[in-house]
Design a protein around this ligand. Sequence first.
Ligand SMILES: Cc1ncc(COP(=O)(O)O)c(C=O)c1O
Length: 377
Amino acid sequence: MADDPIPLFNLQTQYQALKPRLHQAVLEALDSNQWLLGPQTAQFEEEFAQLIGVKHCIACSSGASALQIALLAAGIGPGDEVITTPFTFIATSSSISLTGARFVFADIDPRTYNLDVQDAERKITKHTKAILPVHLYGYPANMEAIMHLANEHGLKVIEDCAQAHLAQADGVCVGGIGTAGAFSFYPSKNLGACGDAGCVTANDDDVAAKSRSLRHWGRAPDEAYEYICEGSTLRMDELQAAILRVKLPLLEQWTDARRKAAAWYEEGLTGVPVTLPPTPPAGWSQPFYFYTIRAERRDELMAYLRQHGIGCAVYYPVPLYSQPAYAHLQLDPQDYPHTQQACQEVLSLPMFPEITPEQVQRVCNTIRDFYEQDATV
Ligand SMILES: Cc1ncc(COP(=O)(O)O)c(C=O)c1O
C-alpha cells in the first residue's frame, strides 16, 4: 500500500483541533454586532504587540496593505527610491510602487537569501529614502548592518515580516527593529487568519498614528468627518481579529514545533548532498515558515518527491526583475547572480507544526534515495 501523502503545509489539522474554539469566537464576534475596529481588533493589537515586544500594532486587511501603509506612514512617496530584494513575493515590490515611489533591487546573500547589505549600499542614490528587507522563509535579515547603513544615510527601514512571526535577531523580534514592520496573517502563514489579514508594527508614535489613520480612509483619531490624509479601506475586520486571538496564544508552541521539525530535517539529511538552511547565530531565532534546501537537479528532485507523495514547492522560481509586470524596466538578470542561482536551486519541503518525526524521516529518505539512485546509474 502506498504511503499517505505528506503535504507541504497542512491547515486542516490545525483547524480540526481548534474547531470548537474558532466557532465559539466567531459566534461571539457576530453576536457582539461590531464589525470593524471593535474590541476584538483592539485586543488583538495589544496582544500581538506584547508578544513581539513592540509598542504599537495596527491591524490591517492584509500583509500587502500593511506594507503599503507602513511605507506611506514612514513618509515614502513619489520621487523616492526604496531598496529591496528581488527574491521575494511581488507584494514587497508592488507595495513600494503603489506609494508612488520606485523600487531598486539589490542582490541577495547566497547563504541567507536575504538582502545583500553591501549591494544595497552600492544602490544608494540621492533619491533613496528607505530600505525594505524581507525576512525570507523566517530567517532574519542582517538587521544590524541594515540599521547601521540606514542611520549613516538617514534612511527609513520597513521590515517585511510576512514570513517571520517571532523571528528574532540579537534577541529582538523582527518588526520592532526598523522604522516599521509589516506582517501577513494569510491563512498559510505561521499565524494565519481564515481569510486575508495583516498588521503594521512600530515603536514610533507618529508612524503608528499615521498608520491607524491610513487604514481607515485617513480619518482623524476622534473626528468622524475629518480626514488628515488620504487613506483607504484597509482595516482588519472583527471576525478575523477574533479568529487570530484564538490562535495567537498557540503561536510560540507552534513555532517550537517547527524548530523541532527543522532539527529532525537537519539530522535526517546528514550526508545528503543538499545545502541546508543557514544556522542562526546565538541570540537569533528562525520560525521556519518554510524549510528550504538548495539542491542540484532541483526540478528532477521536486518531480521525484511529488511522485512519492511528498509536497514541495519553489519559492520563488521567477525573480521579480524577470516578471512580466516589470518587463518595461528592462532590468538585467546578470546584475543579480545570487538571486538567479537561488531561483534555480531552492526547494521548500513539508513544514507545519503537526508534522511527525516519521514524516520528516520519509522526506529525508526519499531525497537520499533520489541522489543514491543517481550515483548507481
Ligand atoms: C514576503 C511577503 N511579503 C508580503 C506578502 C503579502 O501578504 P498578504 O498575502 O497577506 O497580502 C507575503 C504573502 O504571501 C509575503 O510572503
